[in-house]
Design a protein around this ligand. Sequence first.
Ligand code: GLN
Length: 245
Amino acid sequence: MELRIVALYPEQMNIYADRGNILFLRRRCEWRGIDFSYAAAGPGQSLDPAAHDLIYVGGGQDRDQRIVAEDMVATKGAALAEAVEGSAVVLAVCGGYQLLGHSYQLGDERIRGLGLAELETVREPGPRLIGNIEIEVDLGDGSRELAGFENHGGRTYLGDGAEPLGRVIRGHGNNGTDGLEGVRRANMIGTYLHGPLLPKNAWLADRLIQLALARRYGAEPELAPLDDALEAAAHESARQAALRG
Ligand code: GLN
């Protein structure tokens, strides 16, 4: 089996070294004898919706999002829509997450997004939503906890019928008011949890690997267990950080 990943705009959308999540996926595949292929799709490049089973886009400052958004909608929008319809796994973090929605409104300026998720993001007056966060998530295999860090000025509001990724246990989440975090549509996930999201939540990395392999090979494979002592400690430490606020 082979896990096929494509990262969108890895040079532009890599705040907090979000790309490190890809290295984590690679290692967990290699340790299990699963082949791994990595591609990048940057400005001006098109995307083959059937070629990759896991599509990754990291976070970016407003400035980076401005540069990327128009290009992404124009050169990759249709292919991404087709990939999501076809159960491709998408993990979009923070600035990348915001661009899954219809728009990111900054005062008079409106950055148009992909419209793959029923959500809108608005830069409202008020402080940035920063801090450690813990959410409760169920990706079809039982309720689990995700722990991480968020830092965003935009507030995201889900539209009718949109499903959040999870519920906030501690932290701000999408907008600091409705207790929801991220979005989920089929195998597409958007979240504000930044940086080493997957190293802090090895279970999520494995779930994404499973779903991506299932798309290509037809059934969810059993993944061989790994020695996750360090990963378990990282998860616990991130949870404790959220507990402290
Ligand atoms: N620019 C966006 C915001 O502040 C996303 C920031 C980020 O990716 N950290 O809302």
